[in-house]
Design a protein around this ligand. Sequence first.
Ligand code: SF4
Length: 340
Amino acid sequence: MLWPELQANEEIDEIHDENVDLSVYDRFLVFFSGGKDSLACLLHLLEMGVQAEKIELHHHLVDGREGSTLMDWPVTEAYCEAVAKHFGVKLTLSWRRGGFEAEMNRKDAATAPVCIPDGTGGFVAVGGNGPLGTRLKFPQVSANLSVRWCSSSLKIDTGARYLTNDEVFTRGKTLVLTGERAQESKARSKYRQFEAHRCDLRTGRSYQRHIDHWRPIHQWDEAAVWEIIKRWGILAHPAYHLGWGRTSCRQCIFGSKNQWATVRAIAPEAFQKIAVYEREFGVTIHRSESVVQRADAGVPYALDHRWIAIANSKTLDIPVHVADRWEMPLGAFGESCGPT
Ligand code: SF4
């Protein structure tokens, strides 16, 4: 079965690369967090012969661009830029205005608009006129996206706004790629490998939007992910070199005890901000322990001051292509905490 024959609402649990006809797509949009799995998606596309000009990496800025630094690794945006530049692929960005912090502090207010590329190098704000609501607490550690609102509000919805508001996606066929792997969690193991994207509108009456969604590394194990990154000689995100097994937000709500202990050691001010918010809200991220209690119970990863400086910088001042100097990061095959 070839993908282009996929009808709306049809889903494919399992698909093999040899069934793929990538020639029918006009563009390939990789949702790119900067982590190893979305990097593997990009490298796999290139290995399948897709030209760089047809590939776009799209990154969501969790903290937005209005000055908040509550959650993310400072270096992530610069790392994404460096990867895109190295391969000559386009990088685009989107974010909810004010980021995680503004959404969390929402009180009797509508969720903020989403900023998406305007097609001329700038950004345009869309949405932001929903019902009034109050959060005043962190997202809860849960597979349920209605309480773990950061993933839905800052990533899934933000990406959907881009796909449904930029008219480029009404022209030709788009293949969206994401890097979920079955090995990561029971919830992810149930994801389809191929389906019409949730923003697809191929049977629309007044206009159409043909968007398929492929999870090309769904069946890969972690070793296969590191193998392709090594083969291409690409520096893994600095967080892996500090001991993280997954790269998401530095202060991710799913952080283990060891990760909170490490965050407190390498970014004490950022850690304190989280601790203060927990006290203010009277609700902790973890169901029964504060981040302070969790950090107290954990042991920081080995603290390498060179990598701490790199990960905590807004710029990436080392090459992203390291070729034969490539090293397996400390965090590979280690603790793997993150969204389920
Ligand atoms: S990485 Fe963690 S904290 Fe950041 S948006 Fe995802 S689940 Fe939320």
